[in-house]
Ligand binder design. Structure first.
Ligand code: G6P
Length: 367
């Protein structure tokens, strides 16, 4: 058992530490002759160029990877993109035409709702790309093209390394669409790709010193509930942070776009209520700071994931977890890692089985 866990106390921690490798393996061989290439997608440049609408469909953590992808696909490729949980998508009547691309994201490649949504989308004439971790899985077989996330087998029920593999794969897809649509030039794509590749080393740095994360976790361990907030990319990152915490620590956690707090969640805040904020340097940094001030004024214990070198944030947060500076587009890759470790640290302190949380299954093959 110890050998299987590679010396780590649980699979979750082992898998969190595998993430730099997952980033490197997912990117390996993608830059061919200076241009981005994803041959497996099996669509011609002309066909890709016709795509005028994207739906990302998924469940659980994979859905959160989709929320991040929406920012990138719309931001870079300028194609309208919607993200939807598969169990909703399959029972409504989404607008699908032959120029619609459906991107189905599934670690296991066998989630019942995601598969049903793929089948339905194909009947309606969409092109379907799968993003999965499992070779030859139903999602891979039933899609028009597939990107494998190269996470290797994930054992902990709560997904970590697969999520990062999904985010990196979706980032590649967004870059490819932008390249094909002529919204980014080949040299810009190359430049971004290199920065993306650098995140492997940045994640290694985050993993090399986790003391601030553990300290922040200790401050929140007795809470009954926690709020995860952010704006823009940070809002999507917060969703996955909250999910990780509720999955493995059984602490109620909710994610909210920080600007929306005043329309409800701020009523929850009283002395010591944990507010975990993604407050990295981004175009909306100042807005996030003002939301933190509002929380702090009502007694919240604020934990901020912030950019290295940002001393100002200390004025607005009780605990600061610093991460290396990356462009906002890549912030999900770096900022998600401390939130995974934060959730795990709380779960461990609370005596929970982090690898096998109650009531949850690794893959959900029935509806
Ligand atoms: C289950 C797992 C989650 C996962 C979700 C979707 O709920 O516990 O970790 O995110 O299913 O699974 P998939 O394999 O489709 O990504």
């Amino acid at each position: 058992d110890v050998a299987e866990k590679g010396g780590y106390p649980d699979f979750m921690l082992k898998e969190i530490h595998e993430q730099p490798r997952v980033i490197r393996d997912t990117l390996a061989g993608r830059l061919v002759g200076g241009a981005l290439s994803i041959d497996e997608l099996d669509l011609t440049v002309e066909e890709l160029n016709l795509i005028d609408r994207v739906y990302v469909i998924a469940c659980g953590t994979s859905y959160h990877a989709g929320l991040i992808a929406k920012n990138l696909i719309e931001g870079w490729a300028r194609i309208p993109c919607e993200v939807e949980v598969a169990s909703e998508f399959r029972y409504r009547n989404p607008i699908i035409t032959p120029t619609t691309l459906v991107v189905a994201v599934s670690q296991s490649g066998e989630t019942a709702d995601t598969l049903a949504a793929i089948r339905d989308a194909r009947v309606k004439g969409a092109r379907v790309f799968g993003i999965t971790n499992v070779l030859g899985s139903p999602v891979a077989r039933e899609s028009d093209g597939v990107i494998y996330t190269k996470a290797n087998k994930e054992i902990a029920v709560a997904s970590t390394k697969s999520f990062l593999g999904q985010v990196v794969s979706l980032t590649l897809l967004a870059l490819l669409l932008a390249q094909v649509k002529g919204k980014l030039k080949t040299n810009q794509v190359r430049f971004l790709f290199r920065e993306l590749a650098d995140t492997a080393e940045q994640v290694e740095r985050i993993l090399s010193d986790t003391s601030a994360i553990k300290e922040a976790a200790r401050a929140c361990v007795d809470a009954k509930s926690a709020l995860f907030v952010g704006r823009g990319m940070g809002s999507a990152i917060a969703c996955e942070g909250a999910l990780k915490l509720k999955e493995i620590s059984y602490l109620h956690a909710e994610a909210y776009p920080a600007g929306e707090m005043k329309h409800g969640p701020i009523a929850l805040i009283d002395e010591g209520f944990p507010v975990i904020a993604v407050a990295t340097k981004s175009p909306v940094y100042d807005k996030v700071i003002s939301n933190l001030q509002e929380s702090r004024a009502r007694g919240a214990t604020v934990v901020a994931v912030a950019t290295e070198g940002d001393e100002e944030i200390r004025k607005y947060a009780d605990h600061v977890i610093y991460i290396p500076k990356v462009r906002d587009a890549f912030s999900a890759i770096t900022a998600s890692v401390p939130l995974q470790l934060f959730a795990r640290a709380i779960a461990v302190e609370r005596g929970c089985d982090v690898d096998q949380p109650r009531n949850l299954a690794k893959s959900v093959t029935v509806e």
